[in-house]
Design a binder for this molecule. Structure first.
Ligand SMILES: C[S@@+](CC[C@H](N)C(=O)[O-])C[C@H]1O[C@@H](n2cnc3c(N)ncnc32)[C@H](O)[C@@H]1O
Length: 201
């Protein structure tokens, strides 16, 4: 059977990244299954998808299933190493590699570093990296300008109504400020903590 992630599941002693890499448990998506479905809905047909924050690949797996089959999925994560290895990355490559759709470019770096040389239009941007207010604002400032008219940006951990959310999430504070400020961006869709914004044409 094709490999699929479990959403926000606690595997007890098998929760470690080592257990994931050794296939003692499935990959864990840090998004809910409803957020995964919403990701697929808004990634549908996107020719260029950029995701910031991949971990074991949950949101990336959903996006790859729905994107344009001739498109490219750019996956950005720092994946810091311990003894030269990042075991989440091993799990993510296996999970996302199991979907045969489009092509994938893995970018192991901070999102602000990748942004310095980026110059391509983006149809669907998914922001789920560093959740501090300053870092999410930086991701927005660095990347949103590349989103095409009619394109979309999804923020994870962005809405305070989800059960695990509280005021400590800088990502939610930033997105609420963004939605209150004048500008061409509108809330198009949401579920749990995931907010999808669209740019006015
Ligand atoms: C919440 S997890 C991502 C979860 C993933 N989207 C999912 O669906 O399971 C956040 C990830 O962002 C990465 N990260 C943190 N700061 C980052 C940065 N500045 N640039 C790129 N990746 C970053 C971390 O290494 C971590 O793997």
């Amino acid at each position: 059977m094709a490999l699929a992630p479990e959403h926000q599941k606690d595997f007890g002693w098998r929760s470690s990244t080592l257990a994931g890499a050794l296939r003692l448990r499935p990959p864990v998506a840090q998004i809910t299954s409803s957020e995964g479905e919403l990701t697929e809905r808004w990634a549908t047909g996107a020719k260029r998808v950029v995701q910031i924050g991949i971990a074991e690949g949950g949101s990336a797996w959903h996006a790859r299933r729905a994107m344009d089959p001739r498109g490219t999925l750019h996956l950005i994560d720092t994946y810091p190493t311990v003894l030269g290895l990042n075991l989440s990355r091993v799990t993510a490559r296996r999970l996302v590699g199991g979907v045969e759709r489009g092509r994938v470019e893995w970018l192991r770096a901070r999102s602000d570093e990748v942004a310095k040389t980026w110059d391509l239009p983006i149809d669907f941007l998914f922001i789920d990296g560093d959740h501090s207010h300053d870092a999410v604002r930086r991701d927005w400032e660095d990347w949103s300008g590349y989103v095409t008219p009619g394109g979309h940006v999804a923020f994870h951990d962005a809405l305070k109504d989800a059960p695990w959310m509280d005021d400590s999430y800088g990502s939610a504070r930033f997105v609420s400020e963004l939605l209150e400020s004048p500008g061409p961006w509108r809330l198009m869709d949401h579920v749990d903590s995931l907010a999808v914004l669209g740019r006015d044409p």
